[in-house]
Design a protein around this ligand. Structure first.
Ligand SMILES: *[C@@H]1O[C@H](CO)[C@@H](O)[C@H](O)[C@H]1NC(C)=O
Ligand SMILES: *[C@@H]1O[C@H](CO)[C@@H](O)[C@H](O)[C@H]1NC(C)=O
Ligand SMILES: *[C@@H]1O[C@H](CO)[C@@H](O)[C@H](O)[C@H]1NC(C)=O
Ligand SMILES: *[C@@H]1O[C@H](CO)[C@@H](O)[C@H](O)[C@H]1NC(C)=O
Ligand SMILES: *[C@@H]1O[C@H](CO)[C@@H](O)[C@H](O)[C@H]1NC(C)=O
Ligand SMILES: *[C@@H]1O[C@H](CO)[C@@H](O)[C@H](O)[C@H]1NC(C)=O
Ligand SMILES: *[C@@H]1O[C@H](CO)[C@@H](O)[C@H](O)[C@H]1NC(C)=O
Ligand SMILES: *[C@@H]1O[C@H](CO)[C@@H](O)[C@H](O)[C@H]1NC(C)=O
Length: 566
């Protein structure tokens, strides 16, 4: 059975906002491992100076406030075709590929560039989705263009990414750690011999009986299972999870990793023996080749502690350049035996979150935002109301036809299935408590509440005020408001809560969901709509043409929509 699969790409990043430029700050001194003041004359981004970018711009600039403007345009053409692939040699299966390769090409640009991505849908039958655009009908194309306002490592994908429509992104910029070589992206993810459509159908079926989805068959590491490093050198590695549902733990035997960024956000460097990645999470790390010259295992294994399962594990061989690659005899760092993200992940940029006393004492049954007297928004999301977007009437249609304004946002009668929650006005804060509620679905076995969910938010980094396993937050005193972890994808642990905050500073309709591929149609998705009057609207006639092309195509299409395919 094929799940209809509309096409549109999601880019995990923010669009631009510009205000004040900070003038002082500190950087990590790699020699003394202490923070030292950054001087203003930052011209060279070199091996001993990675916190510098150019033209006086450095890691001091929080990209929430400012970004350089290079006036350079970078263009990519992505053609999505229906073909077959065989990434681990097990056998050819049906795949949807970007430019004929799995994963698709890495999109590269510098901080401050303007990037244009022309996407051609060369599929015969397909189509995405329902928030900012109509689905892209077959044999049509669409251009995504935006300023590169953040730097770091990321990815792009469509809802069909399990079938191959996925690739990585590198936006060059300053970094929190020095390194001599950049090994580039290193993505990890599961692979299904039955193809992702088969997997999705089986998962949906299993869930009707509250069963677990089938295990993927393999864990793939970047399609390159051999890496060569030179003794004494330092390397940056960009770890990116493109998994459909598994939590994957990675380790390089004998070599600790220095984490310098979590998602796009530079952090105070912290050493780790292992890194746990949920779907969509990224970690930039620095590895020092300071061990005896030999071959070492790089391990990518599903984290059973997060209730992830897989029929196999991923392995790569890392070899020092002075010896021949051989089967490593190295042993792993010990298993942590818990399902926890690496910590501490303290953002380099100082940003306290305004204290919100009411958070944590709210009733988790709430499904609508509550506006506090200071103008903040509070939302409690019990994860049990499903989004079912209308592909023909994306939220953007309501913005284009002027039916929603900042004034009527709180009272607008959105169709319930769109699951729209208004965000607060600009420069005010939104506080969300996401709670795995016990017995959310009647008859649900307790084990389901132990599942761990990676939760990404589009359009914003957010601050992680609290994360707990087997607990419901009982008050703001349990939460951290003092420069907490900031990122765009964080884990909701088993039977626990995830408390996040973000400032309204990027008008638009934004999706918040569980990144496990089949969860969005099971209720783990919602969208919040921020400052409708200030949203940059698309060109109306081009937008309407795309929508009618989809309408025309869909009228006679073989595969019909069964869920939001986000
Ligand atoms: C990096 O740039 C700084 C500042 O221009 C310079 O002092 C340093 O020698 C350079 N380091 C290398 C390895 O080129
Ligand atoms: C891809 O091609 C196969 C074999 O021709 C066909 O069954 C399938 O419907 C196609 N899928 C899409 C999304 O076009
Ligand atoms: C990109 O940045 C330039 C320069 O600031 C600005 O003029 C332009 O409107 C921006 N484009 C988009 C799509 O944000
Ligand atoms: C992963 O694959 C990409 C694309 O082929 C390549 O650029 C990158 O260097 C590889 N990463 C490593 C660590 O080998
Ligand atoms: C969601 O869960 C809450 C708390 O268990 C319950 O009150 C509410 O009725 C549920 N809503 C739906 C749509 O199932
Ligand atoms: C705007 O579009 C939505 C979705 O099609 C529709 O429900 C609404 O009535 C429209 N409003 C106006 C003023 O046309
Ligand atoms: C959930 O269901 C179990 C079994 O019926 C019951 O013992 C428990 O009290 C329920 N929990 C809540 C929060 O309603
Ligand atoms: C959470 O509770 C479950 C069920 O009681 C238990 O198996 C699990 O070990 C607990 N997890 C943690 C981290 O305490």
């Amino acid at each position: 059975m094929h799940i209809p699969s509309p096409l549109s790409l999601l880019f995990s990043l923010l669009l631009s906002r510009v205000s004040a430029v900070p003038t002082t700050g500190v950087a990590l001194d790699q020699v003394t491992n202490s923070l030292t003041p950054i001087t203003s004359s930052c011209t060279d981004n070199n091996a001993t100076n990675r916190h510098c970018w150019n033209d006086g711009v450095s890691i001091l600039q929080d990209f929430d406030f400012t970004n350089p403007i290079t006036r350079k345009t970078v263009t990519y053409n992505l053609d999505i075709t229906n073909t077959t692939c065989n990434p681990d040699g097990h056998g050819e299966i049906e795949c949807l590929l970007v430019n004929g390769q799995y994963p698709g090409p890495t999109l590269r640009a510098n901080w401050g560039d303007y990037i244009i991505i022309n996407v051609q849908n060369s599929l015969q039958d397909n189509g995405l989705p329902g928030l900012t655009e109509c689905p892209l009908a077959p044999v049509h194309s669409r251009t995504y263009a935006f300023n590169v306002t953040q730097f770091g490592s990321s990815w792009y994908h469509s809802s069909q990414y399990g079938s191959g429509v996925v690739g990585t992104i590198v936006f060059e910029g300053p970094a929190m750690g020095d390194f001599e070589g950049d090994l580039g992206v290193y993505e990890v993810g599961g692979w299904d011999y039955g193809g992702a459509w088969g997997e999705n159908a089986l998962a949906a079926e299993a869930l009707l009986g509250f069963g677990a989805p089938p295990n993927p068959d393999n864990v793939l590491i970047n399609g390159t299972n051999k890496v060569t490093i030179a003794k004494g050198k330092t390397y940056r590695l960009r770890l990116i999870s493109i998994a459909l549902d598994n939590y994957i733990r990675v380790r390089l035997d004998n070599h600790k990793m220095l984490i310098i960024a979590a998602d796009f956000v530079p952090i105070k460097p912290t050493t780790a023996e292992w890194i746990l990645l949920g779907a969509g999470q990224r970690y930039d790390v620095v590895i020092t080749a300071n061990q005896p010259a030999a071959s070492y295992w790089f391990r990518a294994e599903v984290a059973t502690e997060c209730l992830s399962g897989n029929n196999f594990y991923g392995r790569a061989v890392w070899t020092y350049s002075t010896v021949q690659p051989s089967t490593p005899s190295s042993s792993p760092f010990p298993d942590p035996s818990t399902c926890l993200e690496p910590s501490p992940l303290t953002p380099f940029w100082y940003q306290p979150v305004p204290y919100q006393p009411a958070l944590g004492t709210m009733n988790v049954d709430l499904t609508k935002a509550v506006v506090t007297p200071d103008g903040s928004n509070m939302v409690v999301w019990a994860l049990n109301r499903s989004i079912d977007v209308d592909w023909m009437y994306p939220t953007m249609t309501y913005l284009l036809n002027g039916s929603i304004t900042d004034q009527n946002l709180d009272t607008y009668p959105f169709p319930e299935n769109l699951n729209v929650v208004p965000a607060t006005s600009e420069q005010r804060w939104n506080y969300w408590l996401i709670q795995q509620s016990e017995n959310a679905s009647l008859g649900e076995p307790a084990v389901l509440e132990q599942i761990v969910y990676p939760i990404p938010l589009h359009g914003h980094d957010f601050y992680v005020l609290g994360q707990g396993t087997n607990e419901t937050f009982s008050g703001s005193s349990q939460l951290n408001f003092n420069t907490p972890t900031r990122r765009d994808t964080a884990s909701l642990y088993g039977n626990g809560g995830l408390a996040i905050a973000f400032e309204s500073n990027n008008p638009g309709p934004w999706l918040m969901h569980c990144h496990i591929a089949w969860h969005i149609s099971e209720g783990l998705g919602m969208q919040f709509l921020e400052s409708p009057s200030q949203v940059t609207l698309p060109d109306r006639s081009a937008y309407e043409q795309e929508c009618s092309a989809w309408d025309e195509y869909y009228a006679t299409a073989f595969y019909k929509k069964t869920d939001s395919a986000l």
